[in-house]
Design a protein around this ligand. Structure first.
Ligand SMILES: [Fe+2]
Length: 142
């Protein structure tokens, strides 16, 4: 029988795609650097933040709790899964600190180059994380 968390994998991977698409929207807007763009960037960043928050909520409250239960039920060691989950907590802290730093169109427009670089770094961190999720813990015993 398939484990409970396995049923959620297609859904969670499609959430990653949505997240990456909204990150791309922000990056595209930030790279055009036209006047009045900071309002648009701020709106795109807000959509990205909403996707990210709902993904993290789903991952923590639904997915990772099922995954941990499944690993426990198979009498496997849960330590590395817990560690993996905690790492996401630290990544989320970094991303939310970034979002706090740019919480208005004015702050984004104040130094748009810096914003673009900072956001590029955030996206890089998230891409690495998503790749490692999709190639490791998501599919444990699936
Ligand atoms: Fe994820």
């Amino acid at each position: 029988m398939k484990h409970a968390h396995c049923q959620e994998v297609p859904n969670i991977i499609s959430q990653h795609k949505v997240l990456l698409e909204s990150a791309d929207d922000v990056l595209d807007l930030a790279s055009t650097r036209e006047d009045g763009e900071s309002e648009l960037i701020y709106n795109a960043l807000s959509s990205f933040a909403i996707s990210l928050k709902s993904h993290i909520e789903f991952e923590n409250n639904e997915f990772y709790s099922k995954l941990l239960q499944d690993v426990q039920d198979s009498a496997e060691d849960t330590a590395h899964v817990k560690e993996f989950i905690e790492e996401m907590g630290r990544i989320a802290d970094v991303v939310f600190a970034f979002l706090d730093r740019y919480d208005s169109p004015q702050k984004i427009g104040g130094d748009i180059d810096r914003f673009g670089k900072d956001f590029g770094r955030i996206v890089g961190i998230l891409i690495l994380r998503m790749e490692s999720e999709e190639t490791s813990v998501y599919f444990i015993d699936c």
